[in-house]
Design a protein around this ligand. Structure first.
Ligand SMILES: [Zn+2]
Length: 421
């Protein structure tokens, strides 16, 4: 009768991280007692694989021992120690062998990179590095590997609806262009472009190709002119919708301008500070006000201020989205713009002029039966902002791009035989 007395680390490794052609030999503490080292050897009689053509090839020589970092265990770092062989391949010449637990230049094993990358979606990159006693750079490496693999293996078929959005970073001085798929069944980030130019958005169409672009039925965007131009050019047959979320945001911005200017003017002229603490009363939706703010708003509405009139125009405009028929919505829009143009409130008049010049695109919202609207893009936009905050470290375009694809791209992941996470 065979009695198993101890469970060795080697046994566990053979269960969760076994590779044909290689054997784990011996596990021990490193001299510092902070890490565990496991020797790996080629299995007797199994040939090395050429990293150029992925075929077995005769051995040439051995390189010095390398340490491959594996998933840490109970607070100890774990390293696989292996001397890579070089092969003399008939096709490729003398090359280093390919090993299944790691690719090319990485110090981390594939399993560990996938493990770190998954945590980096739940925690900030810094927190991930701290939790596993590793560095921010290694977390970044791991994410880069997983995202690279995912982009290579994702499928970009049957995209019916896309949304394009711009997002600010680096303290508001720089922009990214984000393209999302916003189909009912799947919403995901498809493309990250540097800046918000014609070229950055065109980059997306280069990636998906003409055939896929021709199948897009709905495009949702804000009023940024370069985007409008690209959409007209690349998706001429699709229904182009202006995004509700961006219009509401624009209107709030105009209202805030009116309020701030009027508040300053009243202070200058020595009036009672009526508009003090009024900011949220007028910017928030009525149903979201606290009872204190509600009281404040009601008091404010008694005065004939520009801010109050602008506020009423903004509130009135909410009705626009309630229509079902494009014709009636159009009538409402015309009347609202007419009224607003007579208001003598410049920021609001500017909004009216913008809405008028985009009338057709605004009404497309009703033609699309409101299928693709504010909620989706606004949600993705918020998630993108949270992601950018979490990946902080180096605010380079490349890092942001990685972080955004990683958390919003719904990318496929390399598969492991064991689920470590
Ligand atoms: Zn080869």
């Amino acid at each position: 009768m065979k009695i198993v007395r101890t469970m060795e680390l080697i046994t566990i490794l053979n269960h969760c991280h076994r590779h044909r052609g290689f054997v784990y030999q011996h596990a021990r503490f490193a001299p510092d007692r902070l890490s565990i080292e496991v020797d790996v050897r080629p299995r007797a009689g199994s040939a090395a694989i050429c990293s150029g053509c992925h075929q077995p090839a005769p051995g040439y020589d051995h390189l010095p021992q390398r340490r491959f970092e594996f998933i840490p265990l109970w607070g100890f770092l774990v390293f696989l120690l292996y001397r890579m062989r070089r092969v003399e391949c008939r096709n490729c010449g003398v090359l280093v062998e390919e090993v299944p637990w790691c690719d090319g230049k990485h110090q981390l094993t594939r399993a560990y990179m996938l493990f770190l990358a998954r945590w980096a979606r739940k925690l900030s990159w810094k927190e991930t590095a701290e939790s596993f006693h590793t560095s921010w750079d290694k977390v970044c490496d791991a994410v880069e590997y997983v995202v690279g693999w995912g982009l290579q293996h994702r499928t970009l078929e049957s995209i019916r609806a896309i949304g394009v959005d711009e997002i600010q970073y680096a303290k508001g001085h720089k922009y990214l262009t984000l393209v999302y798929q916003i189909d009912q069944g799947i919403t995901r980030l498809l493309w990250v472009g540097k800046e918000r130019t014609l070229e950055s958005f065109q980059g997306f169409f280069t990636v998906i190709g003409e055939q896929l672009a021709a199948q897009i039925e709905f495009v949702c965007s804000d009023m940024w002119q370069p985007y409008l131009d690209v959409i007209r050019q690349k998706c001429s047959q699709s229904l182009h919708i202006l995004d509700r979320f961006h219009i509401v945001a624009k209107m709030n911005k105009a209202l805030d301008e009116v309020r701030a200017a009027e508040s300053r003017q009243m202070a200058r002229e020595g009036h009672e500070p009526l508009l003090k603490k009024s900011r949220w009363c007028v910017l928030k939706r009525k149903e979201n006000l606290t009872s204190q703010q509600n009281l404040r708003l009601r008091e404010l509405l008694r005065y004939n201020l520009q801010t109050v009139r602008a506020y009423l125009l903004k509130e009135d405009f909410q009705q626009f989205w309630e229509y079902n028929s494009p014709t009636w919505a159009g009538n409402f829009l015309d009347f609202w713009c007419y009224q607003t143009m007579r208001s003598r409130i410049e920021p609001m008049k500017k909004i009216a002029r913008t809405l008028r010049s985009h009338r057709q695109l605004l009404l497309n919202y009703f033609k699309a039966k409101k299928q693709f609207s504010s909620g989706v893009i606004e949600g993705l936009n918020n998630k993108a902002k949270v992601t950018m905050r979490r990946s902080y470290g180096f605010r380079t375009f490349h890092i942001l791009e990685l972080a955004l694809y990683h958390s919003l791209g719904k990318l496929p992941e390399p598969e492991l035989t064991h689920d470590f996470f």
